[in-house]
Design a protein around this ligand. Structure first.
Ligand SMILES: *Cc1c(COP(=O)(O)O)cnc(C)c1O
Length: 485
């Protein structure tokens, strides 16, 4: 009967027919299916089973069904794999070997254990998010981090919102709605993912007054633009680009002098917003939030998950009267942070109170300050493991390379690093085939249980080991052994 119902069976391979496919009920009653029933429930299991049996029927019609396909244990195996894959969470852990430490698409800063513990507690226990333990009355969630933010920045007051884009939007709406904001043409930044100063300004209901030119803006440009409608002078950090050559921009201290007689605030969107001098660890220098306040900024906004190394958040610090106005704005309620953010942020900020230990305790800084020597030793340890896993179709070398800080922090600076470089094929292969082989490998790495993300450049796949910390190295190695290309 099998032969009669399957069209044109080719070759001598044994065939199975549609009538060999078991019924849903029969499979559900198999003794070995019990663990899957217990794990996934009858509804999910039945749906997966029906789908798979449909596929087998289509295979039978096409003459592609073989006896192994209808074997009970093979059926259960396949169901188990499919259900496991379907129940895997969409947000997954991966290895960031891109060489960009604060990678926006890969979730930016990684948080230290102190923050992890605090988040677990906030998730599992009620807390005093808006409850004053002294008075028993209602509290303010910002107060959980305000003191430490003021201590670290020298500001009078502070507030926290969802991210820095929200901080800028809120600040502009609260202080400059229907008024003018003066910004240099050299600072009309676009940050990836549709954050553009002119657009945010419009959405906040403020009117942008552009002054100066792309490369040069002078104090007189600001002075001449001040009118009765001016709400503030604003500076924006050129986070992801550098203007070099014949350039001029106006310092915060000069802006403060210009603004003072008019009673206007000077605001600074600092972007990454570092809290400490990074040059003490051999990293490129960035003006800190404290220095910006000291130079006369009335308000400074910055991100929580860039160089600061905390959770996604937007921090606004500065003059108490201005922060009060910002907190009264209805948008503040819409943009406020959740308890998980505050739980993670406070311990991260507290690490800055002991700067001596920061490079060891703050994950972001630890990754940024890893020495090239240590990274080199690691990539050389991993070289034979990877070469072995890839076989002779790929050539692996351990080479010096450059990491980037990322997330618009210090855009032009590179950190000396080390890692694995994979080139495809041998000298007789064409370039196109090399490209395809590299793409295939890149995909295979992405499909590992814990995906490995590198970058392809100059006909090679680059795996920068900077962000592969010691405690993850064993898992990384083990996975490579299971790599199939
Ligand atoms: C990164 C950045 C932003 C946006 O911050 P998010 O926290 O990503 O919302 C805004 N302004 C500048 C100057 C930045 O560098």
């Amino acid at each position: 009967m099998a032969a009669a119902t399957t069209p044109a069976a080719t070759g001598a391979a044994p065939q199975a027919s549609a009538s060999d496919i078991p019924s849903v009920d029969r499979v559900l009653n198999l003794a070995d299916i019990k663990p899957l029933l217990a794990l996934y429930g009858r509804t999910q299991l039945t749906a997966a089973l029906r789908k798979h049996l449909d596929k087998l029927r289509a295979d039978a019609l096409a003459g592609k069904l073989i006896p192994a396909d209808v074997d009970d244990s093979q059926l259960i195996d396949i169901l188990e794999k499919q259900l496991a894959a379907a129940s895997r969470l969409h947000l997954r852990a991966l290895f960031n070997l891109t060489g960009t430490v604060l990678h926006t698409n890969l979730g930016r800063a990684l948080l230290p254990d102190e923050a992890v513990q605090a988040v677990v507690s906030a998730l599992t226990c009620p807390g005093n998010l808006e409850f004053d333990l002294e008075t028993g009355g209602r509290g303010d969630r910002d107060s959980l981090v305000e003191d430490v933010l003021c201590e670290l920045t020298g500001a009078e007051a502070a507030t926290v919102v969802n991210n820095n884009a929200a901080a800028v939007l809120l600040m502009l709406n609260a202080l400059a709605q229907k008024k003018e904001v003066i910004v240099s043409r050299g600072e009309l930044v676009e940050i990836g993912g549709a954050f553009r100063i002119p657009d945010i300004m419009q959405r906040a209901g403020a009117k942008l007054v552009e002054i100066g030119s792309t490369n040069r803006t002078h104090p007189a440009d600001y002075a001449n633009a001040i009118t009765a409608r001016t709400a503030m002078l604003m500076k924006v950090h050129c986070s992801n680009y550098a203007i070099s050559g014949f350039t001029r921009s106006v310092e915060v201290s000069t802006l403060a002098e210009l603004a003072q007689p008019h009673g206007l605030p000077v605001t600074v969107d600092l972007g990454s917003g570092t809290l400490v001098d990074l040059t003490q660890w051999g990293l490129p220098g960035e003006t800190t939030v404290r220095e910006t306040i000291r130079q006369g900024a009335d308000l400074v906004t910055f991100s929580g998950d860039k160089l600061l190394g905390g959770p996604q958040a937007g921090l606004i610090v500065g003059r108490a009267d201005l922060i009060r106005r910002i907190k009264k704005n209805p948008l503040k309620r819409a943009l406020r942070v959740g308890k998980l953010t505050l739980a993670a942020l406070e311990p991260v900020l507290r690490l800055y109170l002991a700067p001596k230990f920061l490079a060891e305790r703050l994950t972001t800084l630890r990754l940024l300050t890893r020495s090239q020597t240590a990274i080199k030793a690691q990539s050389e340890r991993l070289l034979p493991v990877l070469q072995n896993a890839l076989g002779t179709h790929y050539a692996v070398t351990a080479e010096a390379m450059s990491s980037q800080i990322g997330s618009g922090a210090l855009p032009v600076d590179q950190l000396p690093s080390h890692g694995l470089v994979i080139r495809a094929g041998n000298a007789t292969n064409g370039g196109k085939r090399h490209g395809r082989a590299l793409d295939k490998l890149e995909k295979a790495l992405r499909q590992l249980p814990r995906p490995v993300i590198g970058r392809i450049a100059n006909d090679a796949l680059w795996l920068d080991c900077r962000c592969l910390e010691q405690h993850d190295e064993a898992l990384f190695s083990t996975q490579l052994q299971g790599l199939s290309t």
